[in-house]
Design a protein around this ligand. Structure first.
Ligand SMILES: CC(C)(COP(=O)(O)OP(=O)(O)OC[C@H]1O[C@@H](n2cnc3c(N)ncnc32)[C@H](O)[C@@H]1OP(=O)(O)O)[C@@H](O)C(=O)NCCC(=O)NCCS
Length: 188
């Protein structure tokens, strides 16, 4: 799939090799990677290049993702789906200079809108390390509910941490997006 999504302020497009420098700039920050399961710290340009070289645009919806681009600025983050034991999982991060402006709520909403339309999945899983209140707030705004806790490795911290597990069902998504004020226009 080579899909580009547009939300009110953002463009969600396929990652490309030219993203490496900005990817490394924003991920080589413990404030970002210390909240993620699978990103090492430090994070070098070579890590970004290796990850981007492994990217294939023909993956199925539950195993793909999007570079988040702010027009006039360039790459500001990433939102993606991957397969885990529990099913499809959504993960995301935003470069620190762009936090607290509602961008990730908007990007995650756009990606989920696309995912539920592009697949017949009944649910998407996610979660947060126990201290990540901003990310949990985003997930709750989108209709995720807490379904338990687990222990997950945080690569950047090199330790297992308590993880709050969440799930968004297709039905909860439909109900949430029907709520006034919850929509962001998404074009394909
Ligand atoms: C978490 C992250 C994605 C948030 O992105 P963002 O664009 O700043 O998020 P938004 O502005 O869309 O929404 C954040 C929400 O959290 C709320 N929030 C922020 N800090 C909070 C706190 N300490 N307690 C409760 N809510 C909090 C904000 O008020 C906002 O909700 P609102 O819009 O209803 O006011 C970003 O900080 C990030 O990339 N962090 C590092 C990586 C990461 O944590 N990824 C997610 C892993 S699960």
């Amino acid at each position: 799939m080579d899909v580009t999504l547009t939300t009110s302020r953002l463009v969600l497009r396929q990652p490309r090799l030219a993203d490496a420098e900005r990817l490394a700039r924003f991920l080589d920050n413990f404030a970002v990677s210390g909240n993620l399961a699978r990103v090492p710290y430090p994070y070098r340009l070579a890590d970004a290049r290796a990850w981007l070289r492994s990217w294939r645009p023909d993956r199925r919806p539950g195993e793909t993702g999007f570079t988040i681009e702010l027009p006039g600025e360039g790459l500001i983050g990433h939102v993606g789906f991957h397969a885990d034991l529990e099913g499809t999982v959504i993960g995301y991060w935003l470069g620190q200079p762009f936090w607290s402006r509602g961008f990730m709520t908007e990007a995650a909403r756009g990606a989920l809108e696309w995912y539920f339309a592009a697949s017949d999945a009944e649910a998407v899983h996610s979660g947060v390390f126990h201290f990540n209140k901003a990310s949990l707030a985003i997930q709750k705004k989108l209709g995720f509910i807490e379904i338990g806790t687990s222990s997950r490795l945080c690569l950047a911290r090199g330790e297992e941490l308590r993880h709050i597990d969440t799930r968004l069902t297709r039905a909860a998504w439909a109900a949430n997006r029907a709520t006034p004020g919850q929509q962001d226009p998404v074009n394909r």
